[in-house]
Design a binder for this molecule. Structure first.
Ligand code: SAH
Length: 463
């Protein structure tokens, strides 16, 4: 995060604006809406500004001087002179006063976000100075997405705050009651301004909360945009999130900020939590009334031990939901431009665990060597040499194409291509990083000059 968004209470506080034209006027307009007192300094002041600042504000017709910083909590530089702007910024920073210079990000310690104003609800959107156009575009989308009555709903909840506090002094419980209300028809009544009808749902909200739940959620292979909508909704709702090492930080960042997050995966050098302990933890937290989200890489039911976790929940009668995710095979194949099946080359695909035991991979190799099939090995990097040897010994051609996809769907994605007799050497010299997926079959050689979905690449041109 390059900036921390804060909402600044400016009511009756003094703000210095330097500049006498349209740019200054636009900023003054915003500052006045926030209830600030404005001190305007400029040798020439246009009429609009004079009208805006007619009551209770200061207009000083002079060149900027640092003495005008006295007593102000924020400075806005809006002159067309870069030298003056730079002095304003330097002086303000010396006195630790937040400063914004219009259109000069390097001189700012604070920036004005794009705003969606449904007071008391305010959404501020920033692009860390990269693109004001992008921020404004997002603002437009949000304006359209927000229901009209959002101000009424906010007023309603504000009015209920004290009452809620008295009845449910515990902050966690209060939050759960309010969330329950928000997913009831009561919220719609409040949006429409029908507050008495809304009251009924608010009073009943505690009865609707029975006990905690567990959500077993697939977090996909790495790119956070591959999360399902349902996964996102639950990530925003959960009180506790237990996650694995395959879950990327970017995915975790989509979770509710104040959810309690605990890592329960394997990490080299650390003692990892045993599966039974994870199962027990899920049960205990749900019994405490928490909404627990178990977040796994890819899909929870594909080499994800999801089956074992729900067994424990079923046994203990804990309500749960399973949310599928995009499994590594689908994600990596798509982003590497490898279709897992193809009418001409491969009529079936198999997902296989390639985890070696004592250096060897033991599988029913005879079933795997059909030429018109794609095989995807999960957890197979350590056993790559053994996999290739077994497949060729059982009759698969040595020139069968193989791709090893490392950190698929992330900006660090790397694809090493070769064939059964070359891939081990190629991977060794390319030093690929985990997690890696191995894809074997004729489909691997299709579209190989057209990496897909990664920043800066285009889909293949079939013309
Ligand atoms: N449940 C997960 C798989 C867990 S097993 C899923 O459905 O994807 C762990 C294995 O998944 C890793 O050893 C690796 O083979 C594969 N994997 C997971 N994410 C990956 C990624 N981003 N890139 C490459 N392989 C990945």
């Amino acid at each position: 995060m390059d900036y921390l968004p804060l909402h600044f209470d400016l009511s009756d506080r003094l703000v210095l604006v330097v500049g006498g034209g349209t740019v200054a006027s636009r900023k003054v307009d915003l500052l006045l809406q926030a209830g600030a007192r404005v001190r305007l300094v400029a040798p020439v002041v246009d009429d609009t500004l004079r009208q805006q600042l007619a009551d209770g504000h200061e207009i000083i017709e002079a060149h900027y001087d640092r003495q005008y910083l006295e007593g102000v909590v924020l400075v806005v530089g809006a002159t067309s002179d870069p030298v003056v702007n730079s002095r304003i910024s330097g002086d303000a920073q010396e006195k630790s006063i937040p400063v914004n210079v219009v259109d000069a990000p390097a001189l700012c310690t604070v920036v004005f976000p794009a705003i969606v104003d449904r007071s008391p609800v305010l959404l501020s959107i920033g692009s860390s100075g990269t693109s004001p156009v992008l921020s404004r575009h997002l603002r437009l989308l949000l304006e359209q997405a927000l229901p009209d009555g959002i101000s009424r709903l906010a007023q309603y909840l504000k009015g209920k705050r004290q009452w809620l506090k008295q009845i449910w002094p515990d902050v966690d419980q209060r939050r759960r009651i309010t969330e329950q209300f928000m997913s009831s028809p009561g919220m719609n009544y409040a949006l429409e301004g029908r507050f008495e009808a809304a009251d009924e749902y608010l009073s009943d909200a505690d009865a609707a909360i029975v006990q905690g739940e567990v959500y077993l959620v697939g977090g996909g292979p790495g790119d956070p945009d591959l999360l399902t909508l349902k996964a996102l909704q639950l990530l925003q709702l959960a009180d506790v999130i237990l996650y694995d090492n395959l879950v990327s930080d970017k995915v975790l960042n989509r979770a509710r900020r104040d959810a309690y997050k605990e890592f329960v995966g394997k990490r080299s050098g650390y003692q990892s939590m045993q599966q039974e302990n994870i199962n027990e933890l899920l049960v205990r937290l749900a019994r405490e009334g928490k909404r627990v989200l178990r977040l796994k890489g890819g899909d929870p039911f594909i080499f994800g031990r999801g089956g074992e976790e729900i067994e424990a929940l079923v046994a203990e009668q804990i309500p749960f939901q399973v949310v599928p995710g995009i499994t590594a095979a689908s994600g990596c194949a798509a982003y590497a431009g490898i279709p897992l099946t193809h009418r001409d080359y491969s009529q079936s695909v198999r997902f296989v665990t390639g985890h070696p035991r004592d250096g060897d991979v033991n599988l029913s190799w005879n079933e795997l060597v059909s030429p018109n099939q794609t095989i995807v090995f999960y957890m197979g990097l350590g056993g790559l040499a053994s996999i290739c040897r077994h497949l060729t010994e059982h009759g698969l051609a040595v020139d069968t194409p193989v791709a090893v996809v490392s950190r698929g769907t992330t900006p660090e994605q790397k694809v090493v291509r070769g064939s059964l007799n070359t891939i081990t050497g190629l991977v060794a010299s390319a030093q690929v990083e985990t997690p890696t997926l191995i894809i074997i079959g004729q489909v691997v050689s299709l579209y190989q000059n057209h990496p897909m979905n990664l920043p800066g690449t285009r889909p293949p041109n079939h013309s």
